[in-house]
Design a protein around this ligand. Structure first.
Ligand code: IPM
Ligand code: MG
Length: 357
């Protein structure tokens, strides 16, 4: 098959890790007789520097013209003082909104090969951790209006609006239930309905939507409790359904307790437009250019791109197997290094995976 993939390297370690991810996709294309056409576009700080905007129209056009979008990471201290509307993060928020990518899937699992890196007590880790955060991505306090900074009664005042309508809740709830159908059929919906009106509606609509999925076991949890339960016993969770801000926070927590933030991929999907695939971690400006970054989250995001973006499950599995084999052979970047393993860098790790594709 002939497919176009838009590459958005971004900032910090973004370009390094995405180079390894794209190389793996090329290898898969060669192996399975596909033709992948890669188109580069600017986003985040790189786009700000070149064009003065974090998300130039040309980038939106390239994304719209592609079959899938593959992103590195955005942001860095260089742009920290920028005004809110011209921060690199606005690039990624803008592309999610422009393409209607409302469903963010963030699988977190404890790789058996990396059990030693897990931050949890051994008896808790032994119960396992294999969950997926289904996070709403184009609503909530991230986008709600009104928002702003102003002076009220002579005091500098900032405000944002947490806002969801029932349709936004229903469509992400459906994604969570459908995701759960292919797993262990358990969904835990996260809210703060003891305090927030937005959350009361969230819970109500999730309950209504659940009626369409009689096979699913649905539970509800307040977000503070969910944050606590995630470290106390993550094995109780399968699909965690969240709004945008709660999902942002809980997905970082869920992934870091696996001990390997550098390992976890994500997919952002909409109705009609191409999906966007990126590692969960950020741009790690402190190690950019030093060949220390772990490219596996990006490479695994490439597998999600193949499976969910291009409908190529076998090709996706091929990448995932290559990653497993590389880890089993003992290769480790600094973030997941353990005694007795083979130290390697970003390029080295990419090469090892490539060999096994
Ligand atoms: C994420 C990131 C983004 C978010 C930032 C970079 C805007 O933290 O994808 O989790 O908050 O959604
Ligand atoms: Mg985040």
């Amino acid at each position: 098959m002939r497919k176009t993939i838009c590459l958005l390297p971004g900032d910090g370690i973004g370009p390094e890790i995405l180079a390894q991810g794209a190389a793996c996709l090329k290898a898969v294309a060669a192996k399975y007789g596909h033709e992948f056409i890669f188109v580069d576009a600017l986003i985040g700080g790189a786009a700000l520097d070149a064009t003065g905007q974090p998300l130039p129209q040309a980038t939106i056009d390239s994304c719209l013209g592609a079959d899938a979008i593959y992103l590195g990471a955005v942001g860095g201290p260089k742009w920290d003082a920028a005004a809110p509307e011209s921060r690199p993060e606005r690039g990624i928020l803008g592309i999610r909104k422009a393409l209607g990518l409302f469903a963010n899937l963030r699988p977190a699992r404890l790789w058996p090969e990396l059990a030693g890196a897990c931050l949890l007590r051994a008896d808790i880790a032994a119960k396992g951790l294999d969950l997926v955060v289904v996070r709403e991505l184009t609503g909530d306090i991230y986008y709600g209006e009104p928002r702003g900074l102003e002076s009220r009664n002579g005091l500098r005042t900032g405000y944002n609006t947490m806002l969801y309508n029932e349709e936004e809740i229903r469509r992400i709830a459906k994604i969570a239930f459908e995701t759960a159908m292919g797993r262990s059929k358990k969904v835990c919906s996260v809210d703060k309905s003891n305090v927030l009106e937005t959350s009361r509606l969230w819970k109500e609509v999730v309950n209504e939507t659940a009626m369409l999925y009689p096979g699913i076991e649905l539970s509800h949890m307040y977000v503070d409790n969910a944050a606590m339960q995630l470290v106390r016993d993550p094995s109780q969770f399968d699909v965690l359904l969240t709004g945008n801000i709660f999902g942002d926070i809980l997905s970082d927590e869920a992934t870091v307790i696996t001990g390997s933030l550098g390992m976890l991929p994500s997919a952002s999907l909409g109705k009609a437009n191409p999906g966007l695939f990126e590692p969960i971690h950020g741009s790690a400006p402190d190690i950019a250019g030093t060949d220390q970054a772990n490219p596996l989250a990006t490479i695994l995001s490439g597998a999600m791109l193949l499976r969910l973006g291009l409908g190529m499950p076998e090709e996706a599995q091929c990448i995932e197997n290559a990653v497993r084999e590389t880890l089993a052979a003992g290769y480790r970047t600094p973030d997941i290094m353990e005694k007795g393993k083979v130290a390697t860098g970003c390029k080295g790790m990419g090469q090892e995976v490539l060999k096994r594709i």
